[in-house]
Design a binder for this molecule. Structure first.
Ligand SMILES: [Cu+2]
Length: 125
């Protein structure tokens, strides 16, 4: 069992490495011919993991329009709810569930189920 796992991990690592190489190759081929600002318009996706009664990272910095995924990796249900006015909420996320938010403006947030759990989303223009 452990042998199979380490084999597949190696395969995944090799795949990642070759993808990285391809990405690098593509980038260097096109750098001279495309306008330099293209990448700033591409929305990214970042993830806040929920585990052991904490949001990780506790402060996440993104750009407006980026996607923020809240992923519950804990063994109990949580949510993510904007403070102080509940401008948005994930609703209850059971273990293994996730929820996506498109970042709009900076805000504190918390878990309304466990109100000591707090996080901050820093949104840059
Ligand atoms: Cu919670």
């Amino acid at each position: 069992m452990s042998k199979i796992q380490s084999l597949s991990r190696t395969a995944a690592g090799a795949l990642c490495a070759s993808l990285l190489l391809m990405a690098c190759g593509g980038g260097s081929n096109t750098t001279g011919s495309t306008t330099g600002n293209d990448t700033t318009a591409v929305a990214k996706s970042d993830t806040v993991f929920i585990a052991k009664m904490q949001f990780k990272p506790a402060t996440l910095t993104v750009h407006a329009g980026d996607e923020v995924v809240f992923m519950n990796n804990d063994v109990v249900a949580h949510d993510a709810t904007a403070l102080p006015d509940s401008a948005w909420t994930s609703g209850k996320l059971d273990p293994g569930q996730s929820w996506k938010l498109v970042a709009d403006k900076s805000t504190d947030y918390f878990c309304s189920i466990h109100q000591v759990m707090k996080g901050h989303l820093e949104v840059q223009p």
